[in-house]
Design a protein around this ligand. Structure first.
Ligand code: BES
Ligand code: MN
Ligand code: MN
Length: 459
């Protein structure tokens, strides 16, 4: 039998091919035309996990199927539940991709494709690690379960409902949950994320006249919904980076000095980070560092604006309607429901006569910070250190994985968020990539983490 290292080395090409198969399936959850691709992706995963001896199956839901798989039993060892998501973000703006978004393309040591990192690439590192541990050792170092969902990017409705039933919670029961859906701080600097921001999303639609009007005939005599929308939205955020909604910060906990010191350890070069995204200035609350603003303070962002004529040339109209999609990132202790009520009131108070509004709540989840005392976290840290040669940094990330808090709470298990990707991978952006190095190191890191987790509880 080959050693783990040999197996990993000899199977690089095979892992790559499998990964590319998965990447070619355009499993975009936000767009209904991709429903069949979502299913193909779920089938592919169940097939792959079944192929390595796992008991794997699809769990049908009212929306996208869940993929559940469990390893043959490893008696006397703890159980890890590996969570990931097989859905991806839309590829829009498709014209900005340099290569076809669903044809994995290698250039510069990177694999460009939607989902290369988020989260097909990262989730698959665990699948390939398990495959390798089985092939090299004949058995796994602990009991492994997978739960892979197909709607993380649109709010995790199905998994959330699934967790409400006791029998389902028994099925997923584990000692520890392992997730790779975040970033590490540097190519050779591993991290364990102990905090994530929450997120709450809305669409605000303003309606004025019953049709688009000639702006010469009517201009100056009726309210323009696009302008009303701009005014209402611009009231939300002050130029000091503070959200202006009354009560918004009431539940925000202050950052302790110890925590600020921990966050300051994250290597972060502001000038370099700005250059990478083509900017010459940052924005936000000046009394907080950029790392703090991103990971530990709330924020408000318009994600999309729609109104009026967007085609070639111009068109002199007053649009009948205007709408915006936007999100708030939340920190622990802030409640999405409370934010919704305050927001509704804030907009109502600003709604001009002659305009109707509809505020649609899309999804919401609170932020989290987890204690670091867990022996499983310490074990994962040892595993990461053995592969990267450096102890992991402990991070609070700005992104959200709304379901993980719920999975953790409902299952009463410890949680490890160990990301193998980098911020520069451009998740959600055109030309998303995952470096080959991070992918292969991720497989190795997963194998090391699983091996260490298997020792927890040993005397
Ligand atoms: N993997 C990301 C979240 C993430 C990325 C967290 C990097 C920390 C570091 C996840 O797939 C994601 O994009 N989540 C969405 C959730 C939303 C659609 C409800 C997000 O954060 O916007
Ligand atoms: Mn993700
Ligand atoms: Mn994402």
């Amino acid at each position: 039998m080959a050693s783990l290292q040999e197996y990993l080395r000899e199977n690089r090409q095979a892992f790559l091919e499998k990964w590319f198969e998965a990447l070619r399936i355009p499993s975009v959850s936000a767009e209904s035309e991709h429903k069949p691709d979502i299913r193909r992706m779920a089938d592919w995963l169940a097939g792959t996990l079944g192929g390595i001896g796992f008991d794997a199956r699809l769990i049908e839901t009212e929306t996208n199927p869940l993929v559940f798989a469990r390893s043959p039993e490893v008696p006397g060892k703890p159980t890890v539940l590996i969570y990931g998501h097989y859905d991806v973000q839309p590829v829009d703006p498709v014209g900005q991709w340099r290569t076809p978004p669903f044809e994995p393309t290698i250039a510069d040591g990177k694999v460009f494709c939607r989902g290369a990192d988020d989260d097909k690439g990262q989730s698959l590192t665990h699948v390939f690690a398990v495959m390798s541990l089985l092939a090299a050792g004949g058995r796994l170092p602990l009991n492994v379960k997978f739960i892979l969902e197909g709607e993380e990017e649109i709010g995790s409705t199905a998994l959330s409902a699934f967790l409400e039933k006791a029998e389902n919670r028994d099925l997923l029961r584990a000692d520890v949950i392992l997730v790779s859906d975040t970033d590490k701080p540097g190519a050779d600097q591993p991290g364990i994320t102990y905090g994530l921001r929450g997120v709450v999303g809305y669409e605000l639609t303003l309606t004025g006249p019953n049709r688009d009007l000639h702006s010469g005939l009517y201009g100056g005599s009726v309210r323009n919904p696009a302008q009303a929308l701009c005014a209402m939205l611009s009231d939300v955020l002050g130029s000091d980076g503070k959200i202006q909604i009354p009560g918004f910060y009431d539940d925000v906990l202050p950052l302790s000095e110890t925590e600020r010191a921990e966050l300051a350890k994250r290597p972060f070069d502001e000038a370099e980070a700005l250059e990478a995204i083509g900017l010459d200035a940052s924005f936000g609350e000046s009394e907080y560092t950029v790392v703090e603003r991103r990971g530990a303070r709330p924020s408000f962002d318009i994600n999309g604006l729609t109104s009026g004529y967007q085609g070639e040339g111009g068109k002199t109209i007053i649009p009948a309607q205007a709408s915006a999609k936007f999100t708030f990132r939340l920190v622990p202790n802030q409640e999405p429901e409370k934010i919704t009520r305050a927001l509704e009131e804030f907009f109502r108070a600003r709604l001009p006569e002659g305009i109707r509004m509809n505020l649609e709540f899309q999804h919401g989840a609170g932020g989290m910070v987890i204690p670091l005392e867990s022996p499983y976290i310490q074990a994962a840290a040892r595993g990461l250190a053995s592969v990267y040669g450096k102890a992991p940094l402990f991070l609070r990330d700005g992104g959200s994985i709304p379901i993980v808090t719920k999975v953790k709470d409902r299952l009463g298990a410890d949680l490890i968020l160990a990301g193998f990707g980098l911020e520069e991978d451009g998740i959600h952006s055109p030309n998303e990539f995952f470096t080959l190095r991070d992918f292969f190191l991720g497989i190795e890191a997963s194998a090391a983490i699983l091996t260490e987790l298997g020792t927890v509880g040993d005397k």
